[in-house]
Design a protein around this ligand. Sequence first.
Ligand code: BTN
Length: 234
Amino acid sequence: MSTIFDWHHIHYTEVTSTNDIAKEQSRFFNRQNVVFTADSQTSGRGRRGRQWISLKGNLFLSQLLSADISISNLTFVASLSIAETLCSLTKESINIKWPNDVLVNGDKICGILIESVDNKVIIGVGVNLVFHPETSDIMYSTTDLRSLGYNINPNDFLVCYLQYFDTNFQLCRRDFSQIRQKWLNFAANLNMPIEVRYSDHIKKGIFKGIDEQGLLLLEQKDKIIKIAVGDIFL
Ligand code: BTN
């Protein structure tokens, strides 16, 4: 075990899923924030039960924390912090696709899966540093930093991310509207047509941003509807 800023850091070579490890280990850490990482995952999980292909070289991390802010707000803190990390390490165009897919030049490079255990939150983050999946059942295009010409090792990325995360977390505790504003600066397709899909439902409209709770605002004819869950198609 080592430390990064105020975080305990525990690294594994191979795990099923760093989110599973964070869940299992939760009872050993009361108030201390912990970040679990692994070289690879054998059962990496994505949102809505999807698989997250987890080969060695990419970054797989799970933060275990006792948070006094909502899971929804943490979604925005985490995706914003990843976007800022990518901005500081690359010269590429970085966007966030609601709620928390981080894109480089329009291609997904990072996914975030937030879960809870007891009274704690687990923020699972996967970042494509050296590899991206290219199978036909993935609904979006993907990329990785190495194929864009950047050689960044997982630990350097982690340290940079945690620094942004800590700053944004404190800011969020004081005032979510500032996080919301910073997040909107990265929002993909703001004021443009989007399609939101959730199981069999498809809603089309103009993406007008997010409200104070992080709900997506979709303009349809003369009205604005609020959406809590779904996948955006640009
Ligand atoms: C998604 O976009 O569907 C979310 C992907 C989240 C993947 C990360 S990798 C680290 C952590 N462990 C997991 O099993 N999932 C998350």
